[in-house]
Design a protein around this ligand. Sequence first.
Ligand SMILES: Cc1ncc(COP(=O)(O)O)c(C=O)c1O
Length: 395
Amino acid sequence: MIPYSRQSINLFDVLSVSKQLAFKSLTQGSKIEEFEAKVAEYVGAQYAVAVSSATAGLHLAVLALELPVNSEIITSPISFVASSNAILYSGYRPNFVDVERETINIDISLIDQELNSNHEVRAVIPVHFAGLPCDMRRLSEVIASKEVKVVEDAAHAFGAGYPSGTKVGSCEYSDMTVFSFHPVKSMTTGEGGMITTNSYDLYKKLLRLRSHGINKLNDSFESSLLSTSGGMLNPWYYEMQELGFNYRLTEIQAALGVSQIDRLDKFIKDRKSRVDWYLLNLLEVPAVTPAQSKSSTQSAHHIFPIRINYSELNISRAQLMNSLKEREIGTQVHYIPIPLHPYYQKLGFGVENLPETMSYYHEALTIPLYPSLKQSQQRKVIIELSNLIGASQEK
Ligand SMILES: Cc1ncc(COP(=O)(O)O)c(C=O)c1O
């Protein structure tokens, strides 16, 4: 089977994890700090906070903004539910703005319109879909004169860069950026995530929230009665100062992260060469176009979504996916628009104002892409796709 995505693990990864497991701490030790320092250095941010998943990271990032109650947060409907669930967890309301056709990223001119007419919006969570960065410079111009915060959902985009040359995660245009290290992402820690920021206050708040809301770094104690006896600091004392969570990454996962990050640029290079091959060879396949037509050398190439114009064909998407599966080719649809999920429907969300989202959703298909994908496998994907589509045109 050729899966739509898979991780790349080598002997160095196995050794790094085994060494950690056999000889070192399993949680709350120095490996996490080492991993955080490596990520911060790689993206060019001042601080990085490792968390148990990007979902946890998005939750903490939204909480750390401390927005007024009833705030709305704009985000993209073409994303995994985690992007907007983080808004709901924190008691705010998602506001879904349509995507742009060329990139399937959130349409920044529509954000501009929304901000000018809706004064409940206090933050934006842009999603760098498939690893292709949103136009963050434009977004920062749009929000410049407004009290609006930005958290980048960069779950797909570890290793990607902005046109300015800085990396996604540098927070050049945002308050915080959140990455995912789930196995299908740019690199993996099994499950895991990272939040980056340049704000010391946000950093401290994120560290606290990650670990039950218990004081961190140089936080002063609120209770002098409990924290001291006879004028001396009590050695056992710690203090829960707000309601936090256990969203920590383990040291074992951090050991995998420390080993994987050394190959991140190679992973992205390998993904890009496979994307380039697809772009050339897809030209021969009727009714198929790449979903992201605006080219960018800066993408992390997390997945390779294509669009298929099924209205020209006598085959449905379900039939095509099933036939590809019979031929040992895995595909997926990224994503079911978030407001279509029953939970969101029950909350009153809909897709009436999201024509590009729906147009994309009806045509979307993600075909296999990962660093170790062989050219013979890519050829098989193209040949089988061509055959199935060609046969359906002749009917
Ligand atoms: C855009 C996006 N945001 C957030 C997440 C959540 O990531 P995690 O699985 O690390 O919680 C995902 C996961 O696929 C995602 O695709």
